[in-house]
Design a protein around this ligand. Structure first.
Ligand code: IPE
Ligand code: MG
Length: 225
């Protein structure tokens, strides 16, 4: 979800207003993703690098996360009934304690098939995630549970926050930037990429449809022919 700051600046508003507008769009796209039957959708909300922003902007973002997580906690059973569950991925040990508690409260086990999983990447970094997995593997090696020569790609995947979830088929980046910025670094090896020239607060369900239609035309060979 990129371009909130530019959207606000273009309107002579503080950047925090862009994040507020972006959070509204996020809610819309969450619901639409569920309506059209997307199995797993991951939103990049806050990266491990975003702490470099001015404290007032970080605080504005944390306030929005608190509002969303409070709402998610209050509606969690109803949401699960309707077939979607929320997962927070990232290094949540380093977010404010009050948010950590809310994150824990919002996490429910899925109870039915065909559930849409909504991942929110919060204090997420792809390299940091790989490092986290490597440390888990190193501990198993140290305990003598695993031989270095027997480490597999699946062992690395199993230690990621997305363990058990499929790799993304499609990654959409709005705002016109042409990079992944540490998003799903391991998982994106064979993902199709789509760059939308629209700032996130202007992103609509039509933009998501356009990305999916474009994806549908791609020929995925995974290194084969
Ligand atoms: C939102 O967009 C990304 C978040 C960290 C929530 P930006 O804040 O990066 O907006 P731009 O790129 O400055 O326009
Ligand atoms: Mg940005």
């Amino acid at each position: 979800m990129d371009g909130n700051g530019r959207w606000a600046t273009e309107r002579g508003l503080p950047r925090s207003e862009g994040h507020i507008a972006g959070a509204k769009v996020f809610r819309k796209i969450v619901d639409y993703s569920h309506d059209i039957g997307i199995e797993v959708v991951t939103f990049y909300a806050f990266s491990t690098e975003n702490w470099k922003r001015p404290p007032s902007e970080v605080a504005a973002l944390m306030k929005l996360f608190k509002e969303y997580l409070t709402e998610a906690d209050e509606t969690k059973y109803d949401r699960r009934e309707r077939g979607y569950i929320l997962r927070i991925i990232g290094d949540t040990g380093r977010i404010p304690k009050e948010l950590q508690k809310l994150v824990d409260r919002t996490q429910l086990d899925a109870t039915q098939e065909n559930t849409t999983t909504i991942n929110i990447a919060l204090n997420y970094g792809g390299r940091q995630e790989i490092l986290h997995s490597v440390k888990l593997i190193a501990e198993r090696v140290q305990k003598g549970e695993l031989k270095p020569s027997k480490i597999t790609e699946d062992d690395i995947s199993a230690g990621l926050y997305t363990a058990g979830m499929p790799d993304p088929d499609l990654i959409i980046r709005p705002s016109g930037e042409l990079r992944l910025s540490n998003f799903l670094t391991w998982q994106s090896a064979y993902s199709e990429l789509y760059f939308a020239n629209v700032l996130w607060p202007d992103f609509t369900t039509d933009d998501l449809d356009a990305a999916i239609m474009d994806y549908a035309k791609r020929d995925r060979r995974f290194g084969g022919v």
